[in-house]
Design a binder for this molecule. Structure first.
Ligand SMILES: N[C@@H](CCC(=O)N[C@@H](CS)C(=O)NCC(=O)O)C(=O)O
Length: 218
């Protein structure tokens, strides 16, 4: 196991850095925060671009390794530090594949193909960046339809009373929940009681709340 004496995280106030904050809080690890925001200019300085050439947040660093994808940083934390008691790690290859299926589904279908399309092409008054990436009514329409379809496709696999893999949260819960918590900002409605209840259960977890405050407060 690695020590935690030099963990650093850049970025805050959005759901992608939150994935890293949540994992670090689950693992009870101290870390140094650089609370820089996207589109504030802070991600475009020469100094920052040297550690993250994408000019995006989040960035995670532990000693000499720098990771510039939120889900990869979550995996790094889970794979390298001492597992807390109340956290699920898959044991078999089949369990690992099912867990990865949730993560990739959330990242691709919910984050990239739905939420991020809205972020790029919605009008400014709807929290979008159409002034930069252009208006694209059809892309917005299909992103909304896609989100609804994907929520419909996964809802029956979301347990009624537990986390995705039982009594303890996992990487899949961190990634899946992160894609759900702010979708109402884009007026994306989760039309599934089951998933809404799951999300409320996740939000009621003390560690979730502490990590959330840490990530979203100044
Ligand atoms: N795939 C990346 C996406 C990172 C990302 O898009 N971050 C947003 C804020 S949450 C950002 O920095 N956007 C600024 C930009 O797109 O230029 C991850 O999950 O870490």
């Amino acid at each position: 196991m690695l020590n935690n004496n030099k963990i650093e995280v850049w970025g805050y106030k959005t759901f992608r850095p939150f994935r890293i904050y949540w994992a670090l809080h689950e693992y009870n690890l101290n870390f140094k925060k650089y609370k820089i925001g996207s589109r504030t200019g802070e991600t475009q300085t020469n100094e920052y671009l040297k550690i993250n050439s994408k000019g995006k947040i989040p960035t995670f660093k532990h000693n000499n390794i720098t990771i510039t994808e939120s889900a990869a940083a979550v995996s790094y934390i889970i794979d390298n530090f001492k597992k807390p008691k109340d956290f699920y790690i898959p044991k078999t290859l089949a369990e690992k594949a099912k867990l990865e299926e949730w993560c990739i589904f959330s990242l691709m279908e919910l984050d990239c193909l739905s939420i991020y399309i809205l972020r790029r092409h919605e009008k400014t008054e709807n929290l979008g960046l159409a002034h930069i990436y252009g208006e694209a009514d059809n892309a917005i329409k299909t992103a909304r339809m896609h989100f609804e379809k994907m929520i419909g496709a996964c809802e029956k696999y979301v347990p009624k009373n537990s986390w995705l893999f039982g009594d303890s949260p996992s990487k899949a819960d961190i990634i899946f929940t992160s894609c759900l918590i702010h979708c109402n900002s884009f007026n994306l409605k989760i039309k599934s009681d089951n998933i809404n209840l799951y999300m409320e259960r996740a939000k009621s977890r003390k560690i979730f709340q502490t990590a959330y405050k840490d990530c979203f407060n100044d």
